[in-house]
Write a protein that binds this ligand. Structure first.
Ligand code: 5AD
Ligand code: SF4
Length: 460
């Protein structure tokens, strides 16, 4: 199609797997393709373009993508001879890792695009419309953040009250189990001025909560306006000054990059929410060493102590991998002991899966599947008990809640606590967009319930 052809209305379906970075990328892809005439389809069946936004981090990820693709075969074939063929794109980390291999293994895919190349999607799809198969998985050498061009106001409006802002991409920690350094590339930080400009725009359009995103977000480094070298703490302090921004968060962090300035930010910035996702992966020093985490379990516990000194009510969450090669029963017991010592508010836990190309995959002493399953169950039991205890400890407390949307029942509004818990309250819809103190009266498995503490401050 020539570039000046009238806009053709088409439907886009993005199926996203994996992390928040992928969820955010899906949003940006949709934003970028809207001016090209792509509207969101409700189901894959309605779509003219299906994008599989893939994740490579765990368990047979690549095979899952090929089986997802296989399921599109019938739809693709049925429409192949029509004027409106179905186009299929593979994006995300499997696209990055597999590259041209995807074209060799299946004829179903029209476009393979890595996460650093989404800003070229409109052009790539025009090439696809001309019948080409297109692949782009290079890491750009010039502007690694070109794909994060400022969103349009209508796209911002769709973000609602809470928005993600990418500030850092990639990772060069090389944990021995992890594919991210290979699929997302080396660590790069987005310049402060670009971050501030994006957050200012979001705030002007009604966004009240910002979550700074990065695979290794607290490794962010850059320069202040006066040329001083600064870290994430200074970014947060600068963003806290922006009018309208009530809440700041950041994810995901590595313990090694939790410097004194960032810990102090949790003490000094009221907008910085007292909730931190700080993966530790294991409580055994031998396993941490084999994972190339470069800290001990005592280092992590010391960090938790310092965070709690700075912000006594800070709630922590973590990721754990069970069954890393060589993990003995004693190593696993050390993980349980660390969980007992820290008391996490929420936790993600995974069975180790050998990722081809990572050092962990070649280690001897891979742990048998049945042992992994049994350990995972024990860990799950402990962290679930901690999560329930954490939620129950909220009863009787007064928490600031940012109301985001109408609740499921009439007369109810739903918001989020500082600790990421959904909170449901009987209140007027006019509370949406504002923060009120809520007295928590009860909990369910995943949510809190309560009533607004200061009705005198309620809007009419
Ligand atoms: N096997 C199991 N879990 C993994 N993770 C990353 N790589 C692997 C792997 N090979 C988990 C880690 C990480 C989270 C995002 O996914 O716990 O923190
Ligand atoms: Fe992967 Fe996180 Fe380790 Fe980086 S720090 S290699 S993203 S687990």
């Amino acid at each position: 199609m020539p570039d000046d052809a009238p806009l053709q209305r088409r439907k886009l379906f993005i199926k996203s797997f994996g992390c928040q970075m992928n969820a955010y990328d899906a949003q940006r892809m949709a934003d970028m393709l809207r001016p090209e005439g792509y509207e969101q389809a409700q189901t894959a069946q309605d779509a003219d373009l299906i994008v599989l936004n893939t994740c490579h981090i765990r368990e047979r990820a690549t095979e899952k993508v090929y089986s997802e693709l296989g399921m599109l075969r019938e739809m693709k074939d049925q429409r192949s001879m029509t004027a409106n063929p179905l186009r299929v794109a593979v994006a995300g980390c499997v696209a990055q890792a597999e590259g041209a291999e995807i074209f060799r293994r299946t004829d179903l895919v029209d476009l393979v695009v890595g996460p650093q190349s989404y800003h070229h999607l409109p052009q790539q799809l025009r090439d696809v419309a001309r019948g080409q198969r297109v692949i782009e998985t290079e890491f750009p050498v010039d502007d690694k953040f070109a794909h994060l061009a400022a969103p349009q106001p209508d796209a911002i409006a769709r973000r609602g009250l809470s928005a993600f802002v990418t500030v850092q991409e990639g990772c060069d920690k090389f944990c021995s189990f992890c594919v991210v350094p290979y699929t997302r590339g080396m660590e790069v930080s987005r310049p402060l001025a670009a971050i501030v400009a994006e957050v200012e725009r979001l705030a002007q359009h009604g966004v009240r909560e910002i979550t700074l995103l990065g695979q290794n977000v607290n490794a962010w480094h850059g320069l202040a306006a006066d040329g001083r070298k600064i870290g994430l703490a200074e970014v947060l302090a600068r963003l806290a000054d922006i009018s309208g921004i009530l809440r700041l968060r950041y994810t995901t962090s590595h313990p090694l990059d939790m410097d004194a300035g960032l810990i102090a930010a949790h003490r000094d910035l009221p907008q910085l929410m007292p909730f931190l996702h700080l993966p530790v992966q294991s409580g055994s020093d031998a396993v941490l060493k084999a994972m190339n985490r470069r800290h001990t379990s005592a280092d992590y516990l010391d960090l938790v102590t310092r965070l709690r000194q700075a912000r006594p009510d800070i709630a922590l969450s973590s990721d754990f991998i069970v069954g890393f090669p060589g993990e003995s029963e004693a190593d696993f017991a050390a993980t349980l002991a660390l969980v007992e010592a820290v008391r996490f508010a929420s936790t993600f836990f995974f069975k180790y899966s050998a990722r081809p190309g990572t050092p962990g995959a070649d280690l001897p002493d891979q742990v048998p599947e049945d042992v992994k399953i049994e350990r995972l169950a024990r860990l799950q039991q402990l962290v679930e008990a901690q999560r329930h205890a954490f939620n129950a400890s909220m009863i009787g407390k007064s928490l600031p809640v940012l109301f985001e949307k109408p609740g499921r029942h009439a007369g109810q509004v739903t918001g989020k606590s500082p600790f990421m818990q959904p909170v449901h309250v009987e209140a007027s819809p006019s509370t949406i967009g504002q923060q009120f103190d809520v007295i928590i009266t009860s909990t369910s498995t995943n949510s809190l319930f309560g009533h607004i503490a200061a009705p005198s401050k309620l809007p009419d």
